[in-house]
Design a protein around this ligand. Structure first.
Ligand SMILES: [Zn+2]
Length: 241
């Protein structure tokens, strides 16, 4: 999700089973059908782009719709799609699967100053089912984000600096973990996806920038210059945010 991005054709093939029986399949059948189609395709699927309704729906909770080998294969495929993009998180709706599942991993090399200012620590790979989060404390920070489902754009999002995440892991264990800094940002961004929320819904719209303009002007460790020159979140500094 940060400065890195990539792409699906949102059009449904009218001959596909999904389009044929869209009105009659149950949500669980739709999940199984879409997962099997993706796993059998033999190539990594394109990433669904904003405007596709699957990104705007509250996805279905995982209740065992997929057996363990299928779930494991799906998570592996999602991880490979995330790496290919490249990105630091990917939610199942971004592959057209209306299921509350996301994968996260952030092991990119980052400039040390950028990492320090943004609180960007490496995040080991994990998959989360049925995630939810709650803010910890009142501190909020604004940084630029991008999304693999919103190609070519970035915007600043003011988010809680720390969150408590509750999720089910692929083995069925319910877990609670606390995250801060960039890890907390990734957790929020991906959990928002399974709730039908895109980062743009929470963004400071005056901060909106193309990737090209971002790289040329706004790639500083913090958003002070962008806030002043684009006119969003006026204030003395990130401490207030
Ligand atoms: Zn995203």
């Amino acid at each position: 999700m940060p400065a890195d991005a990539s792409d699906l054709s949102p059009e449904i093939d009218p001959t596909s089973p999904e389009a044929d029986s869209a009105g009659t399949l149950s949500i669980d059948d739709r999940i199984r059908e879409s997962v099997h189609r993706i796993l059998e395709a033999g190539v990594l699927p394109p990433i669904v782009q904003a405007g596709h309704p699957v990104l705007r729906q509250s996805a279905a909770p995982f209740t065992g719709q997929l057996d363990a080998p299928t779930l494991s294969a799906l998570i592996d495929l999602m991880r490979r799609a995330m790496h290919k993009a490249p990105g630091v998180g990917l939610a199942a709706p971004q592959l057209g699967i209306p299921l509350r599942l996301a994968v996260l991993e952030d092991t990119f090399d980052v400039d040390p100053e950028v990492a320090a200012v943004r609180g960007r620590q490496p995040l080991e790979f994990f998959a989360m089912l049925n995630p939810s989060y709650e803010p910890l404390g009142t501190e909020r920070k604004a940084f630029y984000e991008g999304c693999l489902s919103v190609n070519g754009l970035q915007a600043a999002v003011l988010r809680p600096e720390s969150v408590r995440l509750t999720f089910t892991d692929p083995d069925g264990a319910v877990k609670t973990r606390e995250f801060t800094g960039w890890q907390a940002r990734i957790v929020q961004h991906e959990t928002d996806h399974v709730n039908g929320v895109l980062y743009l819904d929470r963004a400071e719209l005056r901060s909106l920038t193309t990737n090209t303009e971002y790289a040329a002007r706004w790639a500083q460790p913090d958003t002070t210059k962008a806030r002043q020159e684009l006119g969003f979140l006026p204030g003395p500094g990130d401490a207030r945010l």
